[in-house]
Design a protein around this ligand. Structure first.
Ligand code: CTP
Ligand code: MG
Length: 232
């Protein structure tokens, strides 16, 4: 099994704030981006890495965690989906349509190696592909006016979608292109395939694989990274 890695890191981190985008925030001795790349640097199944950064952003080049093995760099687009599409065009210059692509957010620094292994094993055996996800455990409320509860939503069958998400290059490119051509903006790769009538596989992953959104998430990620042996 071999795969290409696509890491979208071209966001500006509006909800995070701060003086630089969250992928460059310091976390346990390195940047969030370096932690996000770490599990793949040690994985011989990963045959190429494409990093998507904002046009003109050269900060990643100076990071030790971005050295050691070539990284293809492409400019990002307006939304995450545009950034991923730019990366897929670069991958298509080196890989055939049947090859696997893993898309992993630069803002997720705590991917467990065991989760990556489980995703790859399950995804490679599935006709469509797969994504890491966490089944919901809290009781869900739908808010009405003034944040008062309108209703409790049944949580059976509901999952939170994480990354990596793994799909074949050809199928994923076709799905994303079709979505954009129809004027629809998917918020993850799976959604574009779902719009094609396909059914990606949900692979249970650890909730440690959080996406840095606000400053509190950095503290939580730091706790995971310094206390969990299974992390890179
Ligand atoms: N991303 C990207 N290109 C964009 C938007 C987002 O490559 N045009 C990347 C981000 O850098 C991040 C991942 O997609 O690694 C997930 O996006 P998100 O968490 O929404 O990050 P931001 O878009 O940077 O944050 P915000 O939405 O708060 O501005
Ligand atoms: Mg965003």
């Amino acid at each position: 099994m071999r795969y290409w890695l696509v890491v979208p890191a071209a966001g500006s981190g509006q909800s995070y704030g701060g003086d630089q985008p969250k992928q460059y925030a310091q976390l346990a001795g390195r940047t969030v981006l370096e932690w996000a790349l770490a599990p793949f640097a040690a994985d011989s199944r990963c045959v190429g890495r494409v990093l998507v950064t904002a046009p003109g952003d050269e900060r990643w080049r100076a990071l030790p965690g971005c050295a050691g093995g070539a990284i293809l760099n492409v400019p990002g687009g307006i939304e995450r989906v545009h950034s991923v599409c730019n990366a897929l065009r670069a991958v298509a210059g080196c890989a055939g349509p049947q090859e696997w692509v893993l898309v992993h957010d630069a803002a997720r620094p705590c991917l467990l190696r065991a989760d990556l292994d489980r995703l790859l094993a399950a995804g490679a055996a599935h006709p469509v592909g797969a994504l890491l996800a966490v089944a919901l455990s809290d009781t869900l409320k739908r808010a009405g006016e003034g944040a008062e509860v309108d209703a409790t939503v049944a949580r059976g069958g509901l999952w939170r979608a994480l990354t990596p998400q793994m799909f074949r290059l050809g199928m994923l490119t076709t799905a994303l292109d079709a979505a954009l051509a129809a004027g629809r903006v998917p918020t993850d790769e799976s959604q574009a395939l779902e719009w094609q009538g396909l059914r990606p596989l949900l692979v249970p992953g650890s909730a440690a694989n959080l996406k840095i959104t606000g400053a509190a998430d950095l503290a939580l990620a730091e706790a995971y990274l310094t206390r969990c042996d299974a992390l890179p």
